[in-house]
Design a protein around this ligand. Structure first.
Ligand SMILES: [Fe+2]
Length: 394
């Protein structure tokens, strides 16, 4: 039976083709006059964004663009953007991009709002801990995802890279970091390459799978996670092969937001502990890395909760009538590994990792807070074995 749990979704979600056209309306409703647009140099010229920013003056607002977001935003980037926010006298945030841009926007919000109460001018001071360091709500923030992956537009988390400690840390776990509005417009994902579509789609799958099977699972997140897995099982291959299929893009955008709703309140699991650990040691896309690790983690975890994994097999369309739970659970894990191969997710070696790193990575992943609550409890040695299995894949 589920134990006592809380679910919170403070973000208003506007979903569907045309959602982005509501940007000016929401800027005005939120009373923002000078939003900082947080994006990448490449995406700053996205026509969908350009059109909407041009409409802002009529709504009484003028945007300041910060377009220096890099993949896996680090402490220096967030702090630099927060300084720019204060210099330009901004009063709100618009995140436009994948998980990196949206997480950066939320993290910038944490720094600029925290300065008042905490006096801390660096995101480094807001790493999640039992004693929550975030005490003030971020400024009004609108998130517009351009990938169908992170779900960051609805989560209570931002992930920040710390090059000094060579790891990624989590900021959030409180409604104070929630975006006010998510404008989820599938058209914003039409330009994604097949590689990024595959990697980010697998990341969304990981969010749903890890939440459905973890100890924090609760009825509400079960519902959104299962729906997310089912959509991804049905549409991910299609959208990678036919990137201009707006129906497929729409379904994947929905699935990514559902995945975010699943893990956004609590935590993901071992696949994320492992990908954030490895991703802290070298510059690699979070989606591809998580995609490569998810199958091996499921193969380790399924015997602990066979019924849950068997239900995932149904959602993925690989359960056959008469299959025992354990058999179906194994089929779900295998399908996910196979999906990563089918979608051309690179091997860990191709991503630049070496087997000699495994003991160090295993030790660091074991210390990651996402180890707690994974479907099956793991030791440092288990992490090493799973990394080893991931090295053999792809
Ligand atoms: Fe993720």
């Amino acid at each position: 039976m589920p134990s006592l749990s809380t679910y919170i979704l403070p973000t208003q979600v506007v979903f569907g083709v045309g959602a982005i056209e509501q940007l000016a309306v929401w800027v005005r409703r939120l009373g923002v006059r000078r939003p900082l647009v947080v994006t990448t140099g490449h995406l700053a010229h996205h026509p969908l964004l350009g059109n909407e920013l041009q409409a802002l003056p009529a709504a009484g607002a003028e945007a300041v663009v910060f377009d220096r977001v890099r993949p896996n935003p680090d402490v220096a980037l967030v702090d630099e953007a927060a300084a720019e926010y204060r210099r330009a006298d901004c009063d709100g945030l618009i995140g436009f991009g994948g998980g990196s841009a949206l997480d950066a926007a939320k993290a910038i919000g944490v720094v600029v709002s925290g300065v008042v109460t905490n006096g801390g001018g660096s995101i480094r001071g807001y790493e999640w801990a039992r004693e929550q360091p975030i005490r003030t709500a971020i400024p009004p923030t609108i998130c517009i995802p351009t990938t169908a992956g992170s779900g960051s537009e609805v989560t209570l988390w931002a992930v920040v890279t710390d090059p000094e400690r060579r790891l990624k840390f989590n900021v959030g776990g409180t409604a104070l970091i929630a975006p006010a509005v998510a404008l989820v417009d599938p058209r914003a994902t039409l330009g994604l390459s097949p590689e990024m579509t595959a990697a980010t789609g697998m990341d969304a799958l990981a969010h749903a799978v890890e939440c459905y099977t973890c100890d924090y699972a609760q009825p509400i997140t079960d519902a959104v996670a299962l729906q997310g897995v089912e959509i991804i099982g049905r549409w991910l291959v299609r959208v990678v092969q036919h990137g201009q299929d707006l129906d497929a893009r729409t379904m994947m955008s929905a699935a990514a937001t559902l995945g975010g709703m699943a893990y956004g309140v609590e935590s993901a699991g071992a696949a994320h502990a492992m990908s954030q650990t490895a991703g802290g040691t070298r510059e690699v896309g979070h989606g591809a890395l998580t995609a490569r690790l998810l199958g091996p983690v499921m193969e380790f975890s399924y015997p602990a909760k066979p019924e849950r994994f068997a239900r995932l097999a149904q959602a993925l369309g690989v359960a056959r009538p008469g299959m025992a739970s354990l058999e179906a659970a194994r089929a779900a894990a295998r399908r996910v590994t196979q999906l990563a191969d089918e979608l051309g997710i690179p091997s860990m070696r191709a991503m630049g990792f070496r087997e000699v790193q495994i003991p160090e990575l295993g030790a660091m992943a074991f210390r990651d807070p996402q180890t707690l609550g994974n479907a099956r409890a793991l030791t440092q040695r288990d992490y090493e074995d799973i990394y080893r299995r991931a090295f053999e894949a792809g």
